[in-house]
Write a protein that binds this ligand. Sequence first.
Ligand code: PEP
Ligand code: MN
Length: 333
Amino acid sequence: MIAILKRGTTPEQTEHLIQWLKHMDLDVHVSEGKEFTILGLVGDTTRVDMELLNSLEIVENVRRVSEPFKQANRKFHPNDSVISCANVKIGGGNFAMIAGPCSVESEKQIVDVATSVKAYGADILRGGAFKPRTSPYAFQGLKDAGIQMLLKAKEATGLPIITEIMNVRSLDLFEDVDIIQVGARNMQNFDLLQELGKTKKPILLKRGLANTLQELLMSAEYIMSEGNENIILCERGIRTYENYTRNTLDLSAIPVLHELTHLPVVVDPSHATGRASLVPSMAVAAAAAGADGIMVEVHNNPSCALCDGAQSLTPDQFKTLNQQVQKVREVLR
Ligand code: PEP
Ligand code: MN
């Protein structure tokens, strides 16, 4: 349920109302917009007398939110959320280019790729240290050592870093990581989501291989309900019957999510297509459809990559992709 307060309501009146609602065992989330203040009521709202609430002098309107996701719902929070990490902002008109290898392979490799992608316009460096692989015999990532190498690349270039967490037990290692990624395979690892909700770290939450957008938003809700509102959603392609591409990029997810939620939406055309030749056109299409950022895999020598070489761009290809994406963004402005 949401209660929209009248223009001119004083902070004291708002606080008084919040206390009254909290006495009904409800959590109250306050969203201060330019025009109105909106109170989002979370909990058992069946006890709230809607008529009574509506009749209060300071209340403009009361509505039930029918969707099961509350805090992620745009009705709760009409303005776009802007997520900040280091000096980079994502959402609400701020666009972020995230680039880097699928996996961290050595200190030299990650520092070299970081230096190139920074020179060619990346805002954030990606690199997997913990790799969720289909086969237990495939390269599993450098784990703790990989995170240390990413931190070296961050120090060398000043780029904030994003890397994937697979397990709650390794959370301590992510202390100096700027954005924690929850991969597609862990989108519904509810224990992990709840633990990340207890931190204040920005979380990039990827859509699961076969999950609906409502399920993605319910997973965001798991994190938000524990107190962490710093969430970036990521469309990375879904499983369909088409197998020419690794997955099928659901571009309509961008406008749909923008309608349903205030959280920013980033697109990963690398995992969506699985083929380097298709990545630039899908990145441009995602920017045209209103994505708040793009995340692409870039490797200094894709043919020797330990993971996902076929979908990795060279630094020069990334440079061209970034120029094209920026042109599209200018046209949209
Ligand atoms: C990744 O970004 O490294 C990754 C494993 O992606 P996904 O979870 O989307 O498969
Ligand atoms: Mn990958």
